[in-house]
Ligand binder design. Structure first.
Ligand SMILES: Nc1nc2c(ncn2[C@@H]2O[C@H](COP(=O)(O)OP(=O)(O)OP(=O)(O)O)[C@@H](O)[C@H]2O)c(=O)[nH]1
Ligand SMILES: [Mg+2]
Length: 644
């Protein structure tokens, strides 16, 4: 589908300076749609209009100039490509001219044209003065103007010039287009149309959408279906890129959707209460008594009360560039890099604004303070280092590629997956996988974990000198509780493969360290083994060991268990062990006798071993269990695992 060049243009400026009249003259549509607006001759809420100008689709978002309706102005201004700052030539720069211009600069609206209206009331010399005042204002805010256009809604002066400027900007816009392919549209209006149900409108931030598609409605996140789409009153099957769009939604009641909600392709956005941000500029709303400032946050079309905590106590009345955390009264969705505006708690003054660095943060506390290097990377780093930082910050929390894209400011899940592959190649991160869970984990966390495990393992060896290590079956239980349970076996395996451990008789032990058994233990073990060897097929029980004394009985028990793990003793049954050499001899003898005679009764085996029933019955059961023999009635024949 080849689309015409498109542009979303927003008005800005002081009350009564002629914004709505200008939109009307450019489009033929009166953006003041409410009866109250028509009666009072002023704009209260956002108004919308469209014009096809020189083959380009140009949408207008008309905002109110009255200071009481700034919140409506903000909901409109976040979604625009180009701003027309309207200044009445007979009135020049006024308070909301300043406030709106500051908002545009904080929102990062780089392309801004200044339209002088009511030129029929003043002469050009006067207008020169007005332009000078605007230049001064822009200079102070770091804003640049694309053009000054002198107009009159009465005489029509300047309107053609303005139109050709907008058409040119629309053509340029195609190159500046937001490349993110997933759909996002902050909602600025929601209403019910008889027979069609809930309809929402907004300026599309980026991406494509089609009829019948499923979207997520945030901050709740419920799934809704796109029943149909409309753009400037004509139905369409699909829509892509920047435009004004009306979406008829199935699966949602009007009471569930309002200005401030956001529609998005499923899987990308995630609501959060804590956001780490860069405050570009903030005027203190008074003396800072508590550490947290109570403010009103405007992000996209949403507005929410927040507590703002600055990383450092401000030295002056104006903060210029500082890291901070926003603690929102209710969950909000945002993307990395997204601009926001801060106003005072009662919503009467614009105080500043900034950019989102961590759309899903975690509460700064004494135990988990702000991670300043990470914030610096998110502010100044490359997309690749931002991705690495997002993975580092997620720690053991699995975050998939879609969410990583939003956290790191990458286009989409594919870009995030490519980035992850490069980070893996560079040895910065690792992936752990198990059925339906995947975790990208930063190597710094793995190194810290490995150091901790090694330290604990060494301590374990000290505390348990007669054990060969931690039984392998218990090893995953040593993994951190914060790691998802399903991934712990994979993590445990990673550590085993990392060269820091050796497996000793299926026990995990620190690598390069021989089980450091004391000479005393070693001597006792040798005596224990000698007694079992001498006992042949009538071995001693623990109590019968001659080397056992009341003082060493616990050690003897541990050494017997260790000998079993190391294969020096074979545990036949509870309380019955045979020396390994004797067990091998036994299996050889029994197998040879069965081969010679075809089958043996238990009594035959007793004679063969010169032992007693007390030992032979458990021995034969063990032979059966190991499939060295096979029981048929009262006889034993050769089992599949019999020695050759
Ligand atoms: N003489 C003259 N009057 C104009 C011109 N443009 C607008 N006006 C008048 O100025 C008044 C305010 O115009 P609006 O377009 O409603 O002003 P606005 O900026 O939209 O005002 P708010 O929406 O309330 O902020 C109206 O009476 C218009 O007719 C113009 O170019 N020349
Ligand atoms: Mg108006």
């Amino acid at each position: 589908m080849s689309e015409a060049p498109a542009l979303v243009v927003g008005t800005a400026g002081h009350i009564d300076h002629g914004k709505s009249r200008l939109v009307y003259r450019l489009t033929g549509t009166d953006p003041d749609r409410l009866p109250e607006e028509k009666a009072r001759g002023m704009t209260i809420d956002l108004g919308f209009a469209h014009a096809a100008i020189d083959g380009c689709d140009v949408w207008f978002v008309d905002v109110p100039g009255h200071e009481r309706f700034i919140r409506n102005m903000l909901a409109g201004a976040t979604g625009i490509d180009v701003a027309l700052l309207v200044v009445a030539a007979d009135d020049s720069v006024m308070p909301q001219t300043r406030e709106h211009a500051e908002v545009l600069s904080l929102l990062g609206v780089e392309r801004c044209a200044v339209v002088l209206t009511k030129m029929d009331l003043v002469d050009d010399e006067w207008a020169d003065q007005v332009e000078e005042e605007v230049r001064l204002l822009f200079g102070g805010l770091g804003l640049e103007t694309l053009a000054f256009v002198r107009t009159s809604a009465e005489t029509g002066r300047g309107l053609d010039e303005l139109k050709s400027l907008l058409a040119r900007l629309a053509r340029e816009q195609t190159q500046r287009r937001d490349a993110r392919p997933w759909f996002r549209m902050p909602i600025d209006r929601a209403f019910v149309v008889a027979g069609r149900g809930t309809v929402v409108t907004g300026s599309v931030t980026h991406g494509a959408v089609a009829c019948e598609e499923t979207l997520e409605l945030w901050p709740g996140g419920q799934r809704v279906r796109v029943r149909d789409l409309q753009s400037h009153h004509s139905a369409r099957e699909a829509a892509a890129g920047r435009m004004r769009l009306a979406i008829n939604l199935a699966g949602v009641g009007q009471e569930e959707v309002h200005r401030g909600c956001t529609l998005a392709t499923p899987g990308y956005l995630e609501p959060a209460r804590y956001l780490d941000v860069w405050v570009a500029r903030l005027r203190m709303p008074g003396k800072m008594r508590r550490q947290e400032l109570r403010l009103r946050l405007h992000v996209a079309t949403s507005e929410v009360l927040v507590g703002l905590r600055l990383l450092e106590k401000p030295a002056a009345d104006v903060v210029q560039g500082q890291f901070a955390q926003l603690r929102a009264a209710e969950p909000i969705v945002a993307s990395w890099g997204e601009r926001f505006i801060l106003r005072d708690e009662s919503g009467s003054r614009t105080l500043g604004g900034g950019r989102v660095l961590r759309p899903v943060g975690r509460l700064w506390t004494a135990r988990h303070p702000a991670h300043v290097e990470g914030l610096r990377v998110l502010l100044e780093g490359s997309p690749q280092t931002r991705l690495e930082e997002a993975i580092r910050a997620a720690h053991w929390q699995p975050v998939d590629e879609k969410r990583l894209a939003v956290l790191a400011g990458l286009d989409d899940e594919k870009a995030a997956a490519d980035g992850c592959r490069r980070l893996m190649g560079a040895g910065k991160i690792r992936v752990l996988e198990a059925a339906s869970v995947r975790l990208y984990i930063h190597n710094s966390h793995l190194q810290a974990l490995a150091d901790d495990l090694t330290r604990r393992l060494k301590q374990y060896m000290v505390d348990n000198p007669r054990q060969p290590g931690v039984p392998r079956s218990q090893w995953p239980g040593w993994m951190p509780g914060a790691c998802p349970a399903r991934l712990r076996p994979a993590l445990a395996e990673w550590y085993l493969q990392s060269g820091r451990t050796t497996l000793v008789h299926d026990h995990v032990a620190p690598a390069g360290e021989k089980a450091a058994m004391s000479a005393d233990d070693q001597g006792l073990l040798e005596r224990v083994l000698a007694e079992f060897d001498a006992g042949a097929f009538q071995p001693p029980g623990l109590e019968a060991l001659k080397c056992r004394t009341p003082r060493n009985q616990k050690r003897v028990r541990e050494l017997v268990d260790l000998a079993v793990v190391r294969g020096e003793l074979v545990r036949v049954a509870d309380g019955l062990w045979l020396h390994r050499r004797r067990w091998d001899e036994l299996t050889q003898r029994v197998a040879a006798a069965i081969r010679a005679r075809g089958q043996l009764a238990v009594a035959d085996i007793r004679t063969l071993l010169d032992s007693s029933r007390k030992f032979v019955v458990p021995i034969v059961e063990r032979l059966d269990a190991q499939e060295i023999t096979r029981r048929t009635g009262d006889f034993r024949t050769l089992g599949p695992k019999a020695p050759a």
